[in-house]
Structures are given as C-alpha cells and as structure tokens.
Design a protein around this ligand. Structure first.
Ligand code: SAH
Ligand code: SF4
Length: 432
C-alpha cells in the first residue's frame, strides 16, 4: 500500500516539475513514506531520519519530510523533534507542492487533514517497479473496522471506494505500458462498494470488471477480511483464468476469546468455514495469513488455539508478529499489554516453527505438478536461475537455459521437481 502511495506522491510532485532521484546527496527533498502498524516500523523510520540528517551534512539545502501514517499519528510532534521540515498525512498528498513551496521560503510545513472522499482516482501513479512486470492499484482507502489493536483507522481515516472506471483506466494504462500483473489493494477489499446508476458494484463485480477489461493480465488482490469474504468473490475467481488463485486471509488468532477482544467480527468456526469454502470452490487456491502473538490477556490456552488452527488449516505462508501496543487504539485504552515480552517471543517462535513445518508440507505437496509462471527475472539467490510466481503465489525457481535472452515478463510452464519451505524448485517444460 505504501509503495502505491509513494507512486501517487511522485506523480503529484512530478506534475509540478520535481524529478525522482534515489541519491540523497543530490536530492532537494528527502521523503520517508511511513507505516505505524507496529512500533518497530516507527523505530526504523527514526533510524532513516538520522541517515537523512547525515546526508544533510554534505547536501545542506536538502529538506526532510515524513509522509504517510506516522505523519498522521504524530503530527506536530514530528516538527517539534526539530529533525524534519515537512509532515504530510495520507489524504493531503495533493497539497505537497504547496507545502514544499512553504519549505522553500524557509518555513516548516504540515497538513494532516483526513478526508472522507479523497481516493486520488485521477492520479496515474509514477511506477516505481523497475521490472515493469507487476504493479499495484489502490481500489479503496481507509478502513471502517475498528480492530482493537490496529492504528490504521486513525492514521488512514474512513473507508472510501474508488470510482471503478478510474481503476479500469489504470489497468488498461498498465497493460499498454507492458505490465503483466496487477494487484488490487485495500485494507478490506471485500467491503469495496460503489454506487453506479445501474446499481451498486461490489468487490466481486469490480474484480470481474477488471479481469475482463485486461484478459491478458494476471489479477491479484489483497487484503481479504474473513468476516466479509463472500462465495460470490470465490465464484468470480473460479470463473476467470486470469484471476490468480491465492487469498491472503489474516486470521490474527485461533481463540474466540481473543478474536472477540480484537473486535475481528468473526469466530474460529466462521474462519474455518471460509477456508472450507475456498477449498471447495477453488481446490488449488494458495492461502496465506497474518497472526498476532501475545495480544492483551492471551492465555496459554488461547495461544495453543492459534497453533492448532494453523495446523488445521495448513497455510502456505504467514506474516507473524508479536503484539505491539499502539497509542490511542481501543486495546491501548482498555486492555493491559500483559503478556511478558519474553513469553510473547516464545509464543511467536512456536507459531513460526509450526508455520515453517506447514509451509514445507504445502510446498512439498506440489512436487510433480505443472504451473504457469510469470517470469520476474533472475533469482536473487542464484542468478543463473530464473524466478517467478505460480498463480497460487508460490515462488518458482528454475534454470535459465538461455542466458542473455530477456525473459522477464514472459509466461512459461514449469514442472516442480523439489521444494523448500518458501520455494518450488522447477524445470521448464516449455522452451523460449
Ligand atoms: N487490513 C488488514 C491488515 C492491515 S495491518 C487486515 O485486516 O487483515 C497488517 C497486519 O499487521 C495485520 O493483519 C496484523 O496481523 C498486524 N498488526 C496490526 N496491528 C498490529 C499490532 N498492534 N501489533 C502487532 N501486529 C499488528
Ligand atoms: Fe486494521 Fe482491522 Fe482495518 Fe485491517 S480491518 S486495517 S486490522 S482495523
């Protein structure tokens, strides 16, 4: 999501004459686009700000700005730190040229106003993905859920769905530029809703509209909320070959007591029913999740319920976090962050161990199967191999039989001959 916001920012600044550089020594303005979801994300940003300040020693006129969620959360406190010159929240990016002009007069600048309607739908993002294969499209902004641990509703405001034709236009533009894959982004894509004269368009309708507008491209989406994931979306996925068969379905906990305290609006049983629906309608669908270890009041029994749910479902992969209290959230106001840090770490490690075993099983079960892969380029670990994802989101690595030939962005078919817990080792069955 942040990458896409950075692309919107670059486009807005580009229109007022700014050009993009990665070189801090040459930059007039150094921006950090920030995340506030966990405290360690914010700590890393402070580390980056120190690097920016070092760069200012040789590039004295450079100005430093914080944009995104941390700007929204800390507001004037960031300026008061004396370390940054500009603060701009996620709904104020259109004002960046004005704010930067203020900096040029020697003033500091801040805008952290949240909006009920801003979706940046008329802004064509300046694409940062140099590979030109895969790109993100934001279909909505903000979030109307109030999961008790989560800062997002406070930093990104209320949920707004973007006008569908602007989403389709962006997809067509990406296709024309040679991109092969699109990921539709939202905090809760299943609650996408847009009123058209012909009636209301929901996420299933939007997904179908985009898949049919660019049939030669692959379509992915994230994030699905277990409470809102409908069979209708699964049916649309099943009936369109170009919609990738992968769902990221964050569970957070396997304990009903914790899910209720987290205000996730579903139970363990509901979650397992959604997984059963996925397996029934999309038998080969990849499934990944997010898990939080050590939420407020989590007992050993609650923790073991998470471990047993993970074993029962058998996720392909998971993002796993220790609970990090975020100031201002419902949990911070109402519940004690009372699982000892070392116990949180122990529980997280146990969760990771189970996930690694599950991933190894899931990847191992693919041996012998054939997949269509979209080639991303050379493998990072072994440059004499190529890599790319299968529809189910598993990373496939296979020998580059034609070194020197540009294969990035091509589709090919591979057969799986081996696996690790994060990679399918393959051989190409079609040749360039
Ligand atoms: N909208 C998405 C997720 C957004 S944040 C959803 O509802 O699933 C991405 C992930 O960060 C969450 O799924 C959660 O696992 C994690 N997360 C959010 N707040 C957190 C916190 N306070 N401490 C630890 N992890 C957190
Ligand atoms: Fe946060 Fe919950 Fe919204 Fe996801 S759905 S962004 S976890 S409040």
């Amino acid at each position: 999501m942040n990458v896409n916001d950075s692309e919107v920012i670059l486009s807005i600044l580009g229109k007022s004459g700014w050009t993009h550089t990665e070189d801090m020594a040459a930059a007039d303005l150094i921006l950090a686009n920030t995340c506030s979801v966990r405290d360690n994300a914010e700590q890393r940003i402070w580390g980056r700000v120190e690097q920016f300040r070092l760069a200012k020693k040789t590039n004295r006129n450079a100005k430093i700005g914080i944009v995104g969620c941390m700007a929204e959360r800390l507001k004037e406190q960031l300026l008061a730190s004396g370390k940054v010159d500009l603060v701009c929240g996620p709904d104020a990016y259109r004002r960046l040229p004005e704010l930067v002009a203020q900096l040029q007069k020697g003033e500091t600048a801040i805008d952290v106003e949240l909006s009920r309607s801003e979706t940046y739908d008329d802004i064509l993002p300046h694409r940062l993905d140099k590979s030109g294969v895969s790109a993100f499209i934001s279909i909505m902004r903000g979030c109307n859920n109030v999961c008790s641990y989560c800062v997002v509703p406070y930093t990104r405001g209320v949920e707004r769905s973007r006008e569908p034709q602007s989403i389709v236009r962006e997809a067509l533009d990406l296709r024309d530029k040679g991109y092969k894959e699109i990921t539709l982004l939202g905090q809760n894509v299943d609650s996408y809703r847009y009123c058209l004269s012909s009636g209301e368009l929901n996420f299933a309708g939007l997904l179908e509209m985009v898949a049919e507008a660019v049939p030669e491209m692959r379509i992915r989406f994230s994030t699905s909320n277990p409470h809102d994931l409908s069979d209708e979306v699964l049916e649309v996925m099943a009936s369109h070959d170009n919609i990738c068969k992968h769902i990221h379905l964050p569970v957070q906990s396997g304990s009903n007591a914790m899910l209720e305290k987290m205000r996730r609006k579903y139970t363990r049983e509901w979650y397992l029913d959604r997984v059963a629906a996925i397996r029934r309608i999309l038998p080969d669908c990849g499934l990944s999740t997010d898990v939080i270890a050590g939420f407020c009041g989590e007992t050993l029994e609650d923790h073991l319920a998470t471990v047993s749910l993970m074993d029962e479902v058998g996720f392909d992969s998971a993002f796993m976090f220790q609970y990090s209290e975020r100031p201002g959230t419902l949990a911070a106001r109402h519940y004690a962050d009372d699982v000892a840090p070392e116990e949180k770490t122990r529980r997280l490690n146990e969760i990771i161990e189970h996930q690694v075993r599950s991933s190894a099983r899931r990847y191992g079960a693919q041996i012998g199967k054939k997949f269509e892969v979209l080639i991303e380029g050379p493998s990072h670990k072994s440059p004499s191999d190529l890599c790319g994802r299968a529809s189910n989101n598993m990373m496939c690595v296979f020998p580059d039989t034609h070194p020197g030939l540009e294969r990035k962005g091509q589709f090919t078919t591979v057969q799986v001959v081996g696996s690790t817990s994060a990679t399918l080792l393959c051989e190409e069955t079609t040749r360039p």
